[in-house]
Design a protein around this ligand. Structure first.
Ligand code: PEP
Ligand code: MG
Length: 510
């Protein structure tokens, strides 16, 4: 067992060293992956197998397989960490057997990197001057690999089937903007896409906000954050505030509900980082893909349809009120800042009414996320009880198309360009316009520059996204008129397939 402990520690130290050579999300991912190498649960599983007579390498592989099954069963973000875990396993085995730690060979000339899957630690060390683009067969859009690639500015498309058919030396077009991977592309198409992406990259680099279309229709460009660190990073970007503060991600490691004062500290850190800019706080969205030890309901057969989001208030009386007290306390300390509060997974008008009353009692603005088709269908009713709506297009796609958002094999169904999803967005935005109240979008759809323009054309009033995506979205919006966005929206609504919807938008906007 001593061999395992020292190999795992060496792997952790190496990953922490690597993290020092990078910054931001990449550094955080490497430190988190180092934490997996030091995980006591993993060491205990290995030790149990060694005591039962397994060799150290076999014990490590078996233990990682057991832990991976547990991660997969949790679903969501935890399931996506299986790639990180297997990477840690390969590194430990390499150490145990005296091999060099695995890595990606550095190409000698500028190349496109195609892989079945890519470990975050390997992605973090890629040189964007030789790795021009990445495409992987596995992985989800929120996987660490995608996040790091985005930070490095390397176009990255994940969950692409059939990459093994692309041979070494072949040319391949990887369009991170549209998600297209085209082997042996038509040279004219490749030239056009390269020219367009170079122009957008240049416009993004010089975009300083605030968000507006070319003819001056204002659109708030906001950031999605999960804690003070993320908020400080976002504050250095040209965003007008935070459109989604995922509070549950502050407490992933907590065994029990954090006290009101402890919660208030976490929220105040974000308000302080944004220095008076607007912050939309989402109350705990625990359950399903975001398990919190102090909230999750064990034994659910179908967690995505179970006790998640606002529904946790049914099983945990007082928890929502205590969180709202903590938000109000932190808002009071951040005097002058605009604090808006919204509930996740609202599915009825009654839920919106009850939530709206609790939030307004505390002197804050109340909102509801539109993530469930029933909420989009009743957007006007919801609007009577809250001050704003925010479209969570990731979940709205999942529930509208009945397709798990974390299953790469179903990613064609959860494509944010699915016409059914966009119809629900249109319906919600129309309700907002009729009520004269804002309707934002904070799912991945808002981070796609072209789709962002379509959302604005549909009547959405603000776009919130990973702060690194903000310049590209802001720049694209600044190159089109509001009338073009509306025309693109109408064209998209007339289509039956996501691919046609994209094409229809491109034809009007590019
Ligand atoms: C969404 O569902 O689109 C959303 C923004 O919430 P999350 O991704 O945290 O579920
Ligand atoms: Mg959601």
């Amino acid at each position: 067992m001593a061999g395992f402990a020292s190999a795992a520690e060496a792997v952790a130290v190496r990953l922490v060293e690597l993290s020092r050579s990078t910054t931001g999300a990449a550094a955080e991912v490497l430190v988190t992956t180092a934490g997996l190498a030091r995980d006591r649960g993993l060491a205990a599983l290995v030790s149990g197998r060694v005591e039962a007579g397994s060799g150290i390498c076999a014990a490590t592989v078996d233990a990682v397989a057991e832990l991976s099954d547990m991660f997969r069963a949790s679903g969501g973000i935890t399931a996506e960490r299986v790639t990180d875990l297997v990477d840690v396993q390969d590194r430990i085995i390499a150490r145990l057997t005296g091999q060099p730690e695995p890595g990606v060979p550095v190409p000698t000339e500028p190349s496109v990197l195609l892989a079945r899957d890519l470990a975050p630690a390997d992605t973090a060390t890629l040189d964007p001057s030789v790795v021009l683009a990445i495409a992987t067969e596995l992985g989800g859009p929120t996987s660490h690999t995608s996040i790091i690639a985005r930070q490095l500015g390397i176009p990255c498309v994940v969950a692409v089937p059939g990459l093994e058919g692309v041979l070494e030396g072949m040319s391949v077009l990887v369009d991170g903007g549209t998600g297209d991977v085209v082997p042996d592309p038509d040279p004219k198409l490749a030239r056009e896409r390269r020219a367009r992406s170079a122009a957008l990259a240049q416009a993004s680099a010089s975009w300083r906000g605030p968000g507006a279309t070319r003819d001056g229709h204002r659109v708030e460009i906001l950031a999605n954050v999960q804690d003070g660190t993320g908020a400080r990073r976002a504050a250095s970007m040209p965003v007008e505030g935070v459109g989604l503060f995922r509070t549950e991600l502050c407490f992933l490691g907590a065994d029990s509900e954090p006290a009101v004062e402890r919660q208030a500290e976490a929220y105040a850190e974000v308000f302080a980082a944004m220095g008076g800019r607007k912050v939309v706080v989402r109350t705990l969205d625990a359950g399903s893909d975001k398990p919190l030890r102090f909230v999750t309901t064990p034994g659910e057969t179908n967690p995505a349809l179970g006790m998640r989001g606002i529904r946790i208030a049914r099983q945990h009386p007082g928890m929502l009120e205590r969180q709202l007290d903590a938000i109000a306390l932190a808002a009071e300390q951040a005097a002058g800042g605009q604090v808006w509060v919204m509930a996740p997974m609202v599915s009825t008008v009654a839920e919106a009414a009850a939530f709206g009353a609790l939030v307004r009692d505390r002197g804050l603005l109340a909102g509801a996320m539109i993530e469930v088709p029933s909420a989009a269908l009743q957007a006007s009713g919801l609007m009577r009880h809250v001050d704003f709506l925010s479209l969570g297009t990731n979940d709205l796609a999942q529930y509208a198309l009945a397709a798990d958002r974390m299953v790469p094999a179903l990613s064609d169904l959860t494509d944010p360009w699915q016409p059914a999803l966009l119809q629900l967005v249109a319906m919600t935005a129309a309700a907002g316009l009729a009520a004269g109240k804002p309707v934002g979008a904070c799912g991945e759809a808002a981070a796609d520059p072209l789709l962002g323009c379509v959302l604005i054309g549909l009547g959405v009033t603000s776009l919130s996204m990973a702060s690194t995506a903000a310049p590209a979205v802001g720049a694209q919006l600044s190159q089109v008129d509001q009338a073009q966005c509306e025309e693109a929206a109408a064209a998209v609504l007339a289509t039956d397939h996501p691919g046609d919807a994209r094409e229809a938008a491109r034809a009007v906007l590019l």
